[in-house]
Design a protein around this ligand. Sequence first.
Ligand code: UDP
Length: 248
Amino acid sequence: MLHARRQPGSPRWRRVVLKISGEALASSASDETVDSSVVERMAGEIAHARSELQVELAVVIGGGNIWRGTTGAGTGMDRATSDYMGMLATVINALALQDAIERQGQPTRVLSAIEMAEVAEPYIRRRAMRHLEKGRVVIFAAGMGNPYFTTDTPAALRAAEIEADAILKGTHSGVDGVYSADPKVDATAVRFDRISFMEVVSRDLKIMDLTAVTFCKDNGLPILVFDLMSEGNIGRALGGEPIGTLIT
Ligand code: UDP
């Protein structure tokens, strides 16, 4: 069965990595790159899930609302330089999210893969795990610190490193899980409650970077794909309500 019964208020997983795309933070109503109302809503849900479910929560934040490596590379920029700009963009988002989560009274640490001691701690695996054990929310910034990746892959890598039980991949495009085809194009597309890694790869279902999907497959890390933009969904996903698609 996909969603096992559990006591109300108990978490589905002990420790998870939540992947939030930078674009999810941008405003659809204005041209703000970081929409404070969206950040505050997400921060509230994260803080609530942390305190109500006692789940250990790490967040990997993207930077696509500010800059993507491919944006610069497409105009002739050096790809690695452009990717470093993208990684720095994730730090801006991480600080916005940290500020909003801490205003909810939930201690939060930003750990950056690119050292910048004035604004964030350096990423140290054992320190990240210690923060989680102490009930702090951990935000991983600057991806993995290496160009030629998107933040999907560091989400998978960090999840394995900190021994997380699952990755929650929040979507912001209105697609609430993994479908047999693009539901925006094909009206016959159906959503899977559960699907295997092999099927995601063989059907070429573009829900996450293939590098990340393959890494999760090789390391037995389940991915829950769910709609991040529906209010209350972070708590629902963490609490085990039947939303989205579980890839195993
Ligand atoms: N990036 C990178 N290495 C990493 C993570 C990110 O080079 O380990 C760069 C890459 O250029 C990427 C950008 O940072 O386009 C922003 O991340 P992403 O595109 O994943 O943001 P999202 O789509 O989640 O908003």
